[in-house]
Write a protein of this length. Structure first.
Length: 242
């Protein structure tokens, strides 16, 4: 039958995938790779989807089951398997029945193995060790347990073992010198006027004594001169009228 040739090639592909010791040569991750946040996935066990008797199932039942397996493979982002399923859907009912009875689980196992190998990208030491163990076992149940739980537990250990990053030292600014207790601070000079200076600003002393007498004499003289001038002017006016 036509499905037997791809099945043989598929099995060869599964054995050609390198085992974990070869995969250990993957470049070591940096701190960010080991602790990066990843979306947790839950891989479907497609064996639980096969709930019909494949020997007596109708063509419609076979195609519905195949479509369900294809949807699960696409949701899990599995390699290899979706392309094989799409090809088998083009065949006859007998070819599809034979595929579901034998080849589908072989293709699924290969897809899971490839998915396990992909987790080595940027992996830490604990993830590498867990990957090596599951690849050496080479079972479907081992692949599922690793992809659904073991991978995340190993990543948590790698993240916890990362050293705490040392904060970058910042340049320190030397504080400006402040006066000490023994430092003598010179008082701020303020402008002032000589006390007693006439006309000065800044609250000088009031003018008293001889200066007051002089001002009074001058005022009296001006008053007498003003009165005399007034009398002379009046006399001249009376004389002019007469």
């Amino acid at each position: 039958m036509r499905w037997k040739v791809p099945a043989g090639a598929l099995m060869a592909l599964a054995f050609l995938i390198p085992a974990a010791p070869a995969m250990a040569q993957v470049e070591s991750p940096g701190p960010i790779d080991a602790c990066q946040t990843v979306e947790r996935k839950s891989y479907t066990d497609i064996r639980k989807l096969i709930t019909i008797d494949l020997d007596t199932a109708t063509t419609v039942e076979l195609r519905v089951l195949t479509a369900q397996i294809l949807a699960a493979a696409d949701a899990d982002s599995l390699p290899v398997l979706p392309d094989i399923i799409q090809e088998r859907l083009k065949g006859s009912s007998d070819e599809l029945r034979a595929f579901l009875k034998t080849e589908v689980q072989q293709a699924w196992s290969t897809a899971l193995r490839i998915s396990v190998v992909r987790t080595l990208t940027g992996a830490g030491p604990n993830v590498k060790a867990a990957t090596q163990k599951v690849l050496e076992e080479g079972t479907v149940d081992g692949y599922l347990d690793y992809l659904n739980d073991g991978l995340y537990a190993a990543r948590a250990l790698d993240c916890a073992s990362q050293p705490t990053p040392t904060p970058t030292s910042q340049p320190t600014t030397t504080p400006s010198a402040t006066p000490s207790a023994t430092t003598t601070v010179a008082p701020t000079s303020t402008s002032s006027t000589t006390p007693g200076a006439p006309g000065g600003e800044g609250g000088g002393l009031p003018v008293t004594g001889a200066d007051t007498t002089t001002l009074a004499g001058i005022g009296g003289a001006l008053l007498l001169l003003g009165g005399g001038g007034y009398l002379i002017a009046r006399r001249r006016r009376s004389h002019f009228v007469a």
